[in-house]
Ligand binder design. Structure first.
Ligand code: GAR
Length: 227
């Protein structure tokens, strides 16, 4: 039997309700956490504005007042908050950030150059609802300056990874990866710049997959389910 969801007096097949937000009673809310320049945030915001991500950005939060991304969020007319982390105990800071995310009804959190490790408690508040982007093909080169680590190691390909956040650094289940070749005339900056271009594509792809609910996790493998 066809399962239906009721919305505005229209019967919507359950198979449609996952990937089209208006069929889900309300538009899904994204929360963005960043610490710096915010180019990944901007790529997501551009795709939201262009209707290519079926969601809205309900809040952008930085732990640093000088983050370029927070200025960009304000220019775009988004709710932009600075919740300083400097000198604040980790649990206290995490509590403030979680409260702000909950106050803004956030469904999915995107870490976009957020240079803080989330506490296990934070992660548990949003199970499989926090994404991170990392500029290497994980599990290679976790941690800081990943593209420089890869370049210095001498790898011939690198790239970027969007993954669910779990309690461990750069470790959760992988949603999207993009491969970037390392060219003989690269330096770590040119490589990082080409990886960043792919990050901007990969992050929106991953957000769409997660919002669509059209995946399952088998072991560590995130695989598509039939629509
Ligand atoms: C991006 O390259 C992102 O992958 C990286 O920080 C940069 C932020 O740039 N994140 C990490 O290294 C997390 N481990 P952006 O502020 O322009 O988006």
């Amino acid at each position: 039997m066809l399962k239906v969801h009721s919305h505005a007096h229209v019967l919507i097949p359950k198979s449609l309700s996952g990937f089209c937000p208006i069929y889900n009673n309300r538009v899904k809310n994204l929360g963005i956490l960043l610490s710096g320049r915010g180019s990944n945030f901007e790529a997501i915001a551009d795709n939201v504005a262009a209707g290519k991500i079926p969601a809205q950005i309900s809040v952008v939060i930085s732990n640093r007042a000088d983050a370029g991304g927070i200025e960009s969020a304000k220019r775009r007319g988004l709710n932009a908050l600075v919740i300083p982390s400097k000198g604040v105990p980790r649990e206290e800071h995490d509590r403030r950030v979680v409260k702000a995310l909950q106050d803004h009804g956030v469904d999915l959190i995107c870490l976009a150059g957020y240079m803080r490790l989330l506490s296990p408690w934070f992660v548990q508040q949003f199970p499989r609802r926090i994404l991170n982007i990392h500029p290497s093909l994980l599990p290679a080169f976790p941690g800081l300056e990943a593209s420089k680590q890869a370049f210095d190691y001498g790898v011939k390909v690198s790239g970027c990874t969007v993954h669910f956040v779990d309690e461990h650094l750069d470790h959760g289940d992988i949603i999207v990866q993009k491969v970037v070749p390392v060219l003989d005339n690269d330096d770590d900056h040119t490589l990082a710049a080409r990886i960043l271009e792919q990050e901007h594509i990969a992050y929106s792809e991953a957000v769409r997959i997660v919002l669509s609910d059209s995946f399952k996790v088998v072991g560590r493998r995130v695989v598509a389910t039939a629509q």
